[in-house]
Design a protein around this ligand. Structure first.
Ligand code: G16
Length: 558
């Protein structure tokens, strides 16, 4: 009887959300994305998918986030968080695609039944699926939330918890905490940020610490949810004087339009709402759902150009800080005569500025590359005791292995008894506080921003000092519209095109004309475009290399 009920519900929900003809969804770099008005069938089916994922994992909580992140306000999207708070395991993506594109209710039912059988999912067993939902501020969010709930509830016995309007990383954090049995509400999230940030500042050496000017930080909230949340907690962040612009309040502007991390990083100009009065002030920019972070400073009053500190430089700052703490702990053996061996790994993508990779390698760090997409970088970073990953566009975080954290805890305990005023003890406590401040589920602009601020204070560094870590090689990114972007296939972490076969030869030929030239193309996983990236020793050359390769792409595929 329950089996009948299950079939009936799936058929019913599929007929309520028919797939519009000509629609084709692909799970992409970060879930399904499209015009928000067309997303309901995909979101509903993502609801079914999330419930099945939870059942497969013995009723562990999984997450659904309804967001199109940095994309325009009219778009929307949906992605699933696994029980550890990371992205859904990639081997479920082909099923996600098939489910989203099932042409009619019968096809959908057959697909689900077959998948349940193949994966051994205990449908109707004693576990209940548990799904946490969050969404950003997009106007279609409420409607799509309804579609997701109907999808989840089409799996018999499912339990849903609507966590409300959140940043994407908050929802990932909540899923992770819930499964660890840690309190997982929004106020718990804020408490963790505020307390661990305070702890980091308490550990700043007394001779460092910023002056009054250095306390001022202007944050571009991209008119999204990040600014809203920052407004809620900024008063409790002692040691910082935060001003939020593009905060998402009525009349301030449109989500991600002429503002936000993607705009600032790609255009390298000030976002909407900034003026010459902000000249020289340290500024940060979030994207629409606050999972990206970049920093910038208005560099001249005569134009709106900025000095950009992108994800690569945030990564470099984090790497320097963590390496320094490990060195302090390990240099002479700690006072309790114990060292803390740690394999530290840095993960980047092909978009990483060549100067950043060189800088990190010169520090003697292990640097590895993955294709674009947090799902790849995060997974790679988990292979280390401490993995630090960032995309140039500002997505990134630091992950610590459980084993490392437990060793750090026991070392801290021993040091607190034997040598609690020592440099080793303070370094261990700093690493501990950093591991609590940074969101280990996924890159999080708010927690990343607080870690940056704490490290700048620890080092006594100005924005200028940070900028001068290394000089970026001039680069340019372009988008090309083509008929079918999937006709481009890449290899070697997207640095080479394998299809169409003539394209790589053309890229190589163009690149050879430039000193320090580097160029690659790849199909976007979030927009219907092909992206072209070029680097060279001058801006004019980088622009020209990008342009000529873009022309080849257009010519071959346009
Ligand atoms: C998403 C992914 C990122 C990726 C970005 C651009 O970001 O989470 O990992 O770098 O898309 O991807 P693509 O070049 O394939 O369009 P967001 O901020 O949109 O979630």
């Amino acid at each position: 009887e329950q089996e009948q009920e299950q079939r009936r519900r799936l058929l019913d929900v599929a007929s309520r959300f028919p797939l519009p003809s000509g629609c084709r969804f692909s799970y992409g770099t970060a879930g399904f994305r499209a015009d928000g008005a067309t997303m309901a069938p995909a979101v509903c089916r993502a609801g079914i998918l999330a419930a099945l994922r939870s059942l497969k994992l013995a009723g562990a909580a999984v997450g659904i986030v309804i967001t199109a992140s940095h994309n325009p306000v009219g778009d929307n999207g949906v992605k699933i968080a696994d029980p550890d708070g990371g992205m859904m395991a990639q081997h479920w993506e082909p099923f996600a695609d098939a489910l989203a594109n099932a042409p009619d209710p019968d096809a959908l039912l057959q697909l689900v039944l077959q998948f349940v059988k193949d994966e051994g999912i205990p449908l109707g067993g004693h576990h209940r699926a548990q799904v946490l939902l969050g969404r950003d501020t997009r106007p279609t969010g409420g409607y799509l939330l309804g579609a997701a709930l109907q999808g989840i509830n089409a799996v018999v016995g499912s339990h849903t918890i609507d966590m409300g309007i959140l940043t994407t990383p908050q929802l990932h954090w909540m899923v992770r905490c819930k499964n660890k049995g840690i309190k997982a509400s929004e106020s718990d999230y804020f408490t963790q940020l505020i307390n661990s940030f305070r702890r980091m500042l308490e550990l700043v050496p007394k001779d460092k610490g910023g002056d009054e000017l250095a306390k001022k930080l202007i944050v571009d909230g991209a008119n999204g949810i990040g600014g809203v949340k920052l407004e809620q907690i900024k008063a409790e962040l002692s040691g910082l004087d935060i001003i939020v612009r593009n905060s998402g309040k009525e009349g301030e502007g449109i989500l991600n339009h002429m503002c936000g991390a993607d705009f600032v990083q790609k255009e390298r100009v000030t976002p909407h709402g900034f003026s010459s009065e902000d000249l020289g002030v340290r500024c940060a920019s979030l994207d629409g759902d606050a999972d990206r972070l970049v920093y910038f400073r208005m560099s001249s009053a005569s134009d709106n150009k900025v000095d950009l500190v992108d994800g690569d430089k945030i990564l470099s700052l984090f790497a320097l800080f963590i390496r320094e703490q490990l060195d302090i702990i390990n240099k002479n053996g700690s006072q309790v005569n114990k060292s803390l061996p740690a394999r530290l790994g840095i993960v980047q993508t092909a978009y990483a500025n060549g100067a950043s990779t060189q800088f990190l390698k010169n520090l003697g760090l292990e640097v590895v590359f993955t294709p674009t997409g947090v799902k790849y970088l995060h997974k790679k970073a988990l292979e280390y005791d401490i993995g630090i990953y960032f995309e140039a566009n500002g997505h990134g975080t630091v992950v610590f292995s459980e084993d490392f954290i437990s060793q750090l805890e026991s070392l801290s305990n021993e040091l607190s008894q034997a040598a609690n005023g020592s440099a080793q003890y303070h370094a261990a406590m700093r690493l501990m506080a950093a591991s609590q401040l940074i969101n280990q589920a996924v890159g999080d602009a708010l927690s990343g921003l607080l870690l940056v601020e704490a490290i700048l204070q620890y080092k006594g560094w100005s924005f200028q000092n940070w900028c001068e870590l290394y000089s970026d090689l001039p680069s340019r990114q372009l988008k090309v519209k083509v008929i079918d972007r999937s006709s481009i296939v890449t290899t070697d972490a997207e640095t080479k095109v394998s299809q169409p076969s003539s394209l790589q030869e053309l890229i190589d030929k163009e690149t050879a004309n430039y000193t320090h030239g580097r160029c690659f193309v790849r199909p976007s996983g979030t927009e219907d475009v092909v992206r072209v990236y070029a680097e060279a020793s001058t801006q004019v050359e980088a622009d020209s290399l990008a342009k000529s390769v873009a022309r080849h792409v257009e010519h071959l595929l346009g």
